[in-house]
Design a protein around this ligand. Sequence first.
Ligand code: NAD
Length: 357
Amino acid sequence: MSTPEFVYNGRAMRVVFGCGSRIHIEREVHTLGARRALILCSEEQRALGASVADQLGARAAGVFDRATMHVPVELVAQARTVAASLDADCVIAVGGGSAIGLAKGLALETSLPILAVPTTYAGSEMTPIFGLTESGLKRTGTDLRVLPRTVIYDPDLTVTLPVGLSVTSGINAIAHAAEGLYSRDANPLTSLMAEEGIAALARSLPRIVAQPNDASARADALYGSWLCGAVLGSVGMALHHKLCHTLGGSFNLPHAPTHTIVLPHALAYNADAAPDAMRRIAQALGHDSAAQGLYELARANGAPVALKEIGMLEEQLDQAADIACNNAYWNPRPLERGAIRALLQRAFDGSAPTDGL
Ligand code: NAD
């Protein structure tokens, strides 16, 4: 088989991986050439933010613990004022996509380097993509200034992630890899990362459900989420991410559960248009169908499978289908409003996915 032509966008960043690797935070701040780090985290993870500050000693400028979902621009402005008043020369984002998203908003305005210490599987730390919410509207963009310079993956910090969120966050990561396999920009390298990332998460999530503090399962899941995040950072996404963006942004549905519920149906929609990607996803899941395999992974591990379970109203489905079809974007199968409305209905009801409908 000949190697196809492709473009591979490798992202220049340093990754430090391993249980207990948070002990290297000070070394990594030093490696960045920084002296005063502002630590960003959510209110819920304030204790973790404070312990990172303790660990850093003189290199800690302070802790800003107000990170929330969707990165409101007002919050970025507050963080910017705090960073300036403390004379910070780098930011450390400790937490999930919300804390990392706040660091990105700050970096976009100040070019401060980011050291990310992710504690969920969302994958934002691997991408130059930012999201900001202004007057209720979320806009996203891409800018290399927001790409973290260094990422410390310490699986020990994920042990406290509740089991339910571990499963949905893990399937959120799988979504990046699954869409990466049929992306218009897919290439041999990202496809290898995608397959390995899906396999690592598919084998580790049931182990985490069985024993949430299983260190080797936590390490395997974080390794998988790194690879899936790297795929998201390198190639374009399609229908699934667009639908989840619509559902999260317009109907305020929770991020990771929404991804978990929609993914099997988005894959079923695209199944006939991307058979090779589906075969590779299925193989990585150890199942004979990509869509069905993901549906079963979610159900067997106690994750929600119906949008009605997470706050969506049936009367919102038409509007969701309209929004998803309004802005043109690439997808392996053309966007057909009727079929997308039917997809949303199945996701709403929690029905099993049906390939090609
Ligand atoms: P999150 O960061 O909002 O975290 C969810 C909750 O879990 C928070 O309350 C957080 O404090 C808590 N939490 C996180 N880690 C924990 C741990 N180890 N133990 C206990 N509690 C913990 O959720 P998320 O799913 O990580 O991120 C979602 C956000 O990230 C969305 O806004 C999404 O748009 C964004 N995102 C962006 C990108 C990108 O490339 N820009 C990629 C993925 C996600």
